[in-house]
Write a protein that binds this ligand. Sequence first.
Ligand SMILES: NC(=O)c1ccc[n+]([C@@H]2O[C@H](COP(=O)([O-])OP(=O)(O)OC[C@H]3O[C@@H](n4cnc5c(N)ncnc54)[C@H](OP(=O)(O)O)[C@@H]3O)[C@@H](O)[C@H]2O)c1
Length: 309
Amino acid sequence: MRILLLGAGGQVGFELMRALGPLGELRATTRDGLLPGGAPCLRADLADSDATLIALLDHDAPDLIVNAAAYTAVDRAEDEAALAQRVNGAAVAALGRWAAPRGVPVIHYSTDYVFDGHGTRPWREDDATAPLGVYGASKLAGEQALRASGAAHLILRTAWVYAARGHNFLRTMLRLAAERDVLRVVDDQIGAPTPARLIANATAAIIARLAPRGAFAGDAPWGLYHLSAGGHTSWHGFARAILPAARRAGLIDRVPEVQAIAGADYPARARRPAWSVLDCARVQDTFALRLPSWDTALDAVIGELATMR
Ligand SMILES: NC(=O)c1ccc[n+]([C@@H]2O[C@H](COP(=O)([O-])OP(=O)(O)OC[C@H]3O[C@@H](n4cnc5c(N)ncnc54)[C@H](OP(=O)(O)O)[C@@H]3O)[C@@H](O)[C@H]2O)c1
């Protein structure tokens, strides 16, 4: 199976490079044609024209497309709506248009930001969407376009992604812990911090299940699934779990005080959903997955960081 991975330099893309490798002939793209370690790969900028994207797909002729590329700058998106819509919406539509007539499945990632956050129970796949900002709206447009294309697809909505590499909350907390005595962290947004590696490993397990001999079954359960770690916490709760674990692992020298603040006291350009917890029963039942709780998953990432020192 020839797998084309778009966005191999991102948090999830980096982990997919490792997880998808054993499943077939993996070809990777980044925006600048270089992998994180500097090795060359294919170049694909989703802001380019559809024709450029289609030319890449024609040339590479994949059996499966995995799209981990996205415009993820939530605040900047408010001022770059056209670019966010292009990368997260129109480019995904182009992927679907190429894939549908060729019978090539597309695996694509989306976000809890398609919801408005006014919930009290974990969001299910068929709950009404109502994005609060440009980023969420652009990701919703991508979901809708892929569905409308008629391509066989999996849309995996995830949330609160972090990893040992890249720009994320965990790494910000470790940096600030070395600089400050007191950290003020939002306590009224609730979600499930989810390692990129968990998402990549689950994706690989799903592909292996759908295509056990390298070809996808005609009646595969394509569609929309929620995929995150289990349980939930606030950003404040996440910080309070990260810092002592990082101290025990020798990643920081001391644990600063962590004060809880309201989101309203941490002004940002884009509004964020208050309740982001995803109900992952469907993905677990359909693909026989067992997703760890967010705190167990955190231990693995802290352990990974400790081995990287
Ligand atoms: N991060 C989260 O908390 C979160 C939460 C829910 C869902 N998701 C979704 O999960 C997926 C993976 O996210 P992630 O956390 O891995 O994000 P990430 O670390 O920000 O990675 C996104 C990747 O997309 C690339 N990219 C941006 N614009 C591009 C363009 N015009 N053409 C090609 N590539 C482009 C980036 O490249 P550069 O490095 O060159 O910019 C980066 O490698 C995305 O679909 C995202 O919407 C993320």
